[in-house]
Design a protein around this ligand. Structure first.
Ligand code: PMP
Length: 396
């Protein structure tokens, strides 16, 4: 792995109650990935020249505008944007999906599986909710059936990789079915982007959303990328400067900008965008196949652990059942120096289905699961430590 993709703080150590001093094993990349060097370097280099984007003619403003737009171009390349696509910087995936949800043509039917993260479940107005599928074939059949009775504009909102099971969904097959019925597709790539090279056309995605903080750029920028037409016809996401082209003397006398500016009202998050652009640039040049192979080897180290998820490939995210997941996660952190996550991972319907909890069980009552997730800095030793700790706790 090149230096620029080295994790900052990979050598973080923690003191354990038994007196041992160990390297902290961060196995919670799916929540937020630690920063890589190239993101920090890009920010450090820009800060001395930092200024307001698109607003001034001075040196700082010019440099900032240049870097902001350069980041947009890199993200477009990273995602394989096509003519007619645009890249809008948002706060995160949640923001990106909410923006698209507010930009749908009137009367659009949205179709979504119950297994989605809440960010891809809740923004859609009155969605047609399909039960979380158990296998790819069932998913494709369910979408085809749902779309056969839909008239007018339609959107299938689907995750690229589950934040609970790590399963990589057959987005292309689902997109082919959706497109055959005249529907568009948005891919929630929050968990796919850090692991798998992305290409809008190859995915069959009309839109894609991702978060910088899961992609090693923890400065609060996300992305909505995809077809410009719906986005240009929609009301601006935020009313204000930047989004407006001309403002007259009377209330309502305003024309709105087109393109990304329409939905980036106010001063944008330059630092976040530049950090994200820098990571995308480094990943474009990295040997992604080798990174994927490394991750698959890490997953192989969990052989023997009973993981949720079906017979589809997965990214480095695994969930498994233990009694009292929150208690176990706390013990792993305190006594073993291992950072994992417990709960329902903002995917309540899916976790309820996986655990067989009552459909009324909310956050507080459903038992939830334990989740470990890997990324660029993860090592075989991290996985071994987790497995050993689970043995030690008699959970395996
Ligand atoms: N979708 C998925 C699949 C996720 O895992 C997450 C984050 N857990 C989100 C959406 C939301 O991302 P953010 O919190 O960055 O908006």
């Amino acid at each position: 792995m090149s230096d620029e993709l080295d994790i900052i703080g990979a050598d973080l150590t923690v003191d354990l109650p038994d007196g041992r001093h160990v390297r902290f094993a961060h196995l919670d990349y799916a929540a937020s990935a630690p920063a890589v060097r190239v993101a920090a370097d890009a920010v450090r280099d820009l800060l001395p020249l930092y200024g307001s984007v698109h607003r001034g003619t001075g040196r700082r403003s010019q440099k900032s505008t240049l870097e902001y737009e350069r980041a947009r171009d890199i993200v477009a390349e990273f995602l394989g944007c096509r003519p007619g696509d645009e890249v809008i910087f948002t706060r995160n995936t949640t923001d990106a999906l909410n923006l698209l949800a507010r930009s749908l043509p009137p009367g659009t039917t949205t179709i979504v599986f119950d297994g989605e993260h809440h960010a891809n479940l809740l923004p859609w107005p009155s969605p047609l909710r399909l039960p979380a599928p158990t296998d790819p074939g069932a998913a494709v059949a369910a979408v085809a059936e749902a779309l056969s009775s839909v008239r007018g504009p339609a959107l299938l909102a689907v995750t690229g990789a589950s934040n609970v099971t790590g399963e990589i969904w057959p987005v292309r097959r689902l997109a082919d079915v959706a497109h055959a019925h005249g529907a568009r597709v948005v891919v929630d790539a929050a968990q796919l982007a850090p692991h798998v090279p992305l290409d809008l056309d190859a995915l069959g995605a009309d839109y894609l959303a991702l978060s910088g903080h899961k992609l090693y750029a923890p400065f609060g920028a996300g992305v909505l990328a995809g077809r410009q037409d719906w986005l240009d016809e929609a009301e601006p996401y935020l009313y204000g400067g930047g989004a407006s082209a001309t403002v007259g003397d009377f209330a309502g006398d305003v024309t709105w900008a087109t393109g990304p500016a329409r939905h980036e009202g106010g001063t944008p998050n330059l630092i976040g965008a530049v950090a994200l652009g820098a990571v995308c640039d480094a990943l474009l040049r990295a040997d992604r196949a080798a990174l994927l192979e490394h991750e698959q080897n890490l997953l192989a180290g969990l052989d023997g652990v009973s993981l949720f998820g079906g017979a589809v490939p997965r990214v480095g995210i695994v969930s498994f059942a233990v009694p009292d997941p929150a208690g176990v996660a706390a013990v792993l952190g305190r006594d073993y120096g291992i950072g994992v996550r417990a709960g329902q991972f903002c995917a309540h319907p899916l976790v309820r289905r996986l655990t067989g909890a009552a459909t009324t069980a909310g956050c507080e009552t459903a038992p939830g699961l334990l989740r470990a997730s890997f990324g660029l800095g993860s090592t075989a030793e991290d996985v071994t430590r987790l497995v050993d700790a689970l043995h030690d706790l008699r959970l395996l």
